[in-house]
Design a protein around this ligand. Structure first.
Ligand code: NAD
Length: 425
């Protein structure tokens, strides 16, 4: 298998990582120069300044972004992230990943992403609501079910989506549930959306096991990140019979080769509100990043970017890397992982369960007819399994890594539609 050398200038700039992979896949695909330029750059980038009166009476101005990477295959789709270290480059990278992700699972959306530089842990509910509403008001002409459909990401949740939906609806004077996804079920959210990304991870892990002839009960898994994606993936994998031997969140990690009772751990963290590393279920305590290098069959990084790097990739012991987070592996680490013969299920495939059920949510809102959870899960399984098979087949046919195969497949799909639509000038 040939791995193109990926050498971004700054290994930890996720936009450069995204660009390096896009460039490698475009070259391998023989993408013509004009198409390359078109698909490389975002459609538009919007910066908004968000004045908010804090509970103290102090007036603060927050900075927010929304990047539309592509509208070629449909309205653009992507989460909104609230975090103190959000940068425009990060939002750009995440927006382009959304384009490729939607194309990998073949749903009719382009890619977008948003972010607000703020620390949700230090803001009251009222302050978060005011930030969200003003951010939405500033972007109200760009949002819309046929334009741009936000969803939750780091630091945002169902409540944030409810506020965006309400603010947008007030502006257009029509209740428009399909303007966001990942909202509460009671107001047009989809059954199964909350667990969809974690469920998608379990589905592709099952597919990988089948390739390796492994059984769930003989498979040890380490999951880094115990939030929406990590905790759901760990719980579903545990319930399905996998052994979860390592877990971590921002406070630290735990490793226990006998396996954790993940449902008890979930209760400890989410119902008892206790620190994950203090879980009394046994296990050695370690730094959050150290769990990545513990013995296991499957490693699921499901926290943040840039965890597996050119410096530490050689320490990863897993046979299968299933990327729950967006961009957990730097582009410069790809070559080292390929050299080790790691079977990588890249982020644009592995965590696409969330956007797939977001698409189902958008469809249900627009038709005003809602599906049972079993139906949502069945459709999700179908999409994830089919997409996994397509990426792996593409990788074998073109003799490239799964990651480059996923990018090639996605770029090819977007470029094909772009050619059909033509360039409006
Ligand atoms: P979240 O905020 O619910 O959870 C993040 C988890 O990561 C928390 O447990 C946090 O403690 C942990 N964490 C943060 N920094 C860490 C560190 N340095 N080391 C170890 N753990 C750390 O977020 P989420 O929704 O679970 O998203 C996680 C990742 O998955 C992000 O990259 C996100 O973009 C991606 N993603 C999320 C979805 C979704 O549906 N939520 C879909 C696709 C991709």
């Amino acid at each position: 298998m040939s791995t193109p050398a990926l050498s971004p200038h700054n290994e930890f700039n996720v936009y450069e990582s995204a660009e390096a992979r896009f460039e490698a896949a475009s070259k391998k695909l023989g993408l013509e120069e004009g198409m390359y330029r078109y698909l490389r750059y975002p459609n538009k980038e919007i910066t908004v300044y968000i004045p908010v009166t804090l509970d103290s009476g102090h007036l603060e101005v927050f900075i927010g972004y929304r990047v539309h990477h592509s509208l070629v295959r449909g309205p653009c789709k992507g989460g909104v992230r609230f975090a103190p270290d959000v940068t425009l480059d990060e939002v750009r990278a995440l927006a382009s990943w959304m384009t490729w992700k939607c194309a990998v699972v073949n749903i009719p959306f382009g890619g977008a992403k948003g972010g607000v530089i703020c620390d949700p842990g230090k803001l009251s509910k009222g302050e978060l609501e005011r930030i969200t509403r003003r951010y939405t008001a500033e972007l109200s002409e760009w949002f819309g079910p046929e334009r741009d459909v936000p969803a939750p990401d780091l630091g945002t949740n169902e409540q944030t989506m409810a506020w965006i939906m309400d603010t947008y609806s007030m502006h257009v004077r029509t209740t428009t549930t399909s303007v966001v996804t990942g909202k509460p079920v009671e107001m047009g959210g989809s059954q199964g959306r909350r667990a969809a990304t974690g469920r998608g991870i379990m589905i592709v892990c099952d597919k990988a096991l089948a390739r390796f002839g492994l059984k769930r009960e003989d498979t040890n898994v380490v999951v880094q990140g115990f939030g929406n994606v990590g905790a759901t993936a760990a719980s579903l994998l545990h319930q399905a019979g996998y052994k979860i031997v390592g877990v971590a969140d921002v406070q630290g990690g735990l490793y226990n080769e006998s396996g954790f009772d993940v449902l008890k751990l979930y209760d400890w963290v989410y119902h008892q509100h206790k620190p994950l590393p203090d879980f009394p279920g046994g296990g050695a305590r370690m730094a959050a990043q150290e769990v990545l290098f513990q013995p296991c069959d499957i490693l699921v990084p499901a926290a943040i970017e840039n965890q597996i790097t050119s410096e530490n990739a050689h320490r990863v012991q897993a046979r299968i890397l299933c990327e729950g987070a967006n961009g957990p592996t730097t582009a410069m680490a790809d070559e080292a992982l390929d050299r080790k013969g790691m079977f990588v299920i890249p982020d644009v495939l592995a965590n696409a369960g969330g956007v797939t059920v977001s698409y189902f949510e958008w469809v249900q809102d627009r038709q005003g007819l809602f599906w049972r959870e079993s139906e949502v899960n069945e459709r999700l399984k179908d999409v994830m399994e089919h997409s996994f098979d397509e990426v792996v087949r593409y990788s074998e046919t073109h003799d490239v890594s799964n990651r480059i195969a996923a990018y090639m497949l996605a770029i090819d799909r977007v470029a094909f539609v772009l050619k059909l639509r033509g360039i409006y000038a």
